[in-house]
Design a binder for this molecule. Structure first.
Ligand SMILES: *Cc1c(COP(=O)(O)O)cnc(C)c1O
Length: 428
């Protein structure tokens, strides 16, 4: 697979380089030069999740990995179920939260970790790699678990001290081993700025082998295509399918549009956002205006400058189509989020705020005769405080969360200071 830099189309790289570098020149996103359309989608849909995903991975990555390698990477990534639960006559929920950190980010992070490990083996590379990531919650846990215990790879996760839900924090601070966590005196933006500064120091990048493993990495999007196939495979009908995606940085939606282009019979997508509504406003008015980010109940989607959007623009531009042909987008404020959670509860389904916003997207944008699937991106217990308060019922902790609840966090504290961070990284 060859990829180009969307900002500088003349810059072309292979899949390995795109994964290892993350971003191209000037921070441009990589995107495949050619994207196949499978002509045997029905046969693929008849296969079980893991087998089908191995087949898709091999078709996309056969230039880099053997079938055996694809099989090992995919089987290890998808070691949890992705059920589709029927809610009503024409509605179902795709549950993407049965992985080790109870959020859909497990799929992309686990795949990327295994791809990186395989690429290192290929290159006979025994230089150290340090994964450096800032997190406001779900990414840190998914990345930490994905790389936990991998020889030769050290992970350093920065998070804003005291600003992450305690259980969410414990999911990555209690691991130890090769997972190092730093509670930074500052907010998430301060953490991200520290990470950016570290990556702008070429000497530090080279000596520590820094890699960000963040959600703009193309390998994560490939893995996310697997569950769109699974959604369609389990759907009660395959005509008029509309998928509603709770969207922040828009990676999940980008993967959906890519999966659709592989040949999936999906009629349209709904990009459902919270009050950070840059995309729905843009689709309605044609004007891209980034407002200050506001904090909401669905905090993993508190993003006002979604950094995957250029990929969606590129994808539609290549087809000489406007995004609004297959993309509907709606935003929901806090009251609408709460109403959607209560509405689902009345139908016997418990969703946390992100999944509830995807459901609200179907309620407002599904048309006559269509079949809706909304993506549930996190387990309700991950957002236990707000879910219990809004639905006035206890939410039991699943084993993954119960296991960490009473453990001690192993994080170090650090001032928001880039020289302290580089000294820390060099000493790992
Ligand atoms: C990250 C996240 C999202 C947003 O996904 P994007 O790919 O950034 O649009 C939605 N829900 C949850 C629970 C998340 O952690």
């Amino acid at each position: 697979m060859e990829l180009y830099n969307i900002k500088h189309p003349e810059e072309r790289v292979g899949f390995s380089e795109a994964v290892l570098r993350g971003l191209g020149r000037d921070g441009g996103l990589f995107f495949p030069c050619h994207w196949p359309r499978f002509d045997d989608v029905d046969a693929l849909l008849a296969m079980p999740l893991v087998e089908r995903s191995i087949e898709i991975a091999h078709r996309l990555l056969s230039a880099v990995f053997s079938r055996e390698q694809c099989a090992a990477i995919v089987a290890d990534t998808l070691n949890f179920p992705i059920p589709l639960k029927s809610i009503g006559a024409s509605l179902s929920a795709l549950e993407l939260f049965h992985g080790p950190t109870l959020a859909f980010k497990d799929v992309g992070a686990r795949f990327m970790a295994r791809v990186l490990i395989a690429l290192r083996q290929h290159q006979g590379n025994d230089r150290p790699v340090t994964i450096l990531s800032a997190t406001s919650g779900d990414t840190g846990a998914a990345v930490a678990h994905a790389f936990y215990g991998v020889p030769g790879i050290t992970v350093c996760i920065l998070f804003p001290q005291g600003r992450i839900a305690p259980l969410q924090e414990k999911m990555f601070t209690t691991l130890g081993g090769n997972i190092h966590t730093l509670a930074v005196e500052g907010d998430f933006d301060a953490c991200q700025a520290l990470v950016k500064e570290a990556f702008s120091d070429p000497e530090l990048v080279a000596s520590c082998g820094l890699n960000s493993a963040n959600s703009i990495n193309i390998s994560r999007l490939l893995a996310q295509c697997f569950y769109y196939f699974e959604a369609v495979a389990q759907a009660p009908r395959r005509d008029g399918l509309v998928l509603s995606v709770p969207s922040g940085n828009i990676g999940n939606l980008t993967a959906g549009l890519m999966a659709q282009r592989l040949g999936l019979p999906i009629k349209a997508f709904i990009a459902a956002t919270n009050s950070n509504d840059t995309v729905p406003r843009y689709l309605a008015t044609g004007i891209w205006r980034v407002n200050p980010t506001v904090a909401t109940l669905s905090n993993a989607m508190d993003v006002s400058a979604p950094n995957n959007w250029p990929r969606i623009e590129a994808l539609f531009a290549r087809e000489a189509k406007s995004p609004d042909t297959e993309l509907r987008s709606v935003s929901f404020d806090e009251a609408a989020t709460v109403a959607a959670m209560r509405d689902l509860q009345a139908q016997g389904y418990i969703a946390e705020p992100h999944g509830a916003i995807a459901y609200a997207g179907l309620r407002s944008a599904l048309r006559e005769g269509e079949q809706g699937i909304f993506l549930c991106t996190a387990h309700p217990a991950k957002f236990r405080d707000s879910v219990e308060a809004i639905l006035e019922r206890p939410i039991p902790l699943p084993p993954a969360l119960a296991a960490v609840a009473n453990k001690t966090g192993l994080q170090n504290s650090m001032a928001c200071d880039s020289s302290q961070l580089s000294a820390y990284l060099r000493a790992l």
